[in-house]
Design a protein around this ligand. Structure first.
Ligand code: ZN
Length: 115
């Protein structure tokens, strides 16, 4: 049984006991407990995202030009190092644009050559 259902059951019992003060305090506690549950869920999500980013961060290969590649990526796709630094998001760079192996990030307009 989840927290919400349990609280509802206890609130029913308190209501039957006809003790308004007890009932009020229970409602107050319920609301605090549900807020805590929300907070826990939010923290779990944040923790999951941080773990995922940490795993990813360990795979990142940095280059002298502002792009990154992933150590386990056989295709060697180039991602924008600026976007990764700012938002920890992998934004694939467009390219090569010409014979000089120029790559371009459509999000932040980072422009670079292959190392
Ligand atoms: Zn970018």
């Amino acid at each position: 049984m989840g927290l919400y259902d349990k609280l509802k059951d206890v609130a029913k019992i308190a209501q039957k006991a006809d003790n308004i003060d007890l009932y009020r305090q229970l409602i107050d506690l319920s609301s605090q407990a549900l807020d805590l549950q929300d907070e826990i869920n939010k923290l779990k999500e944040e923790n999951e995202a941080l773990k995922k980013n940490k795993d990813l961060d360990e795979k990142i290969i940095r280059h002298s030009q502002p792009y990154i590649t992933l150590s386990d990526d056989k295709k060697d796709i180039k991602y924008c190092a600026i976007c990764w630094g700012n938002e920890q998001k992998l934004i694939q760079m467009k390219g090569p644009m010409d014979a000089n192996s120029k790559y371009y990030c459509q999000k932040c307009h980072n422009n670079c050559r292959e190392d």
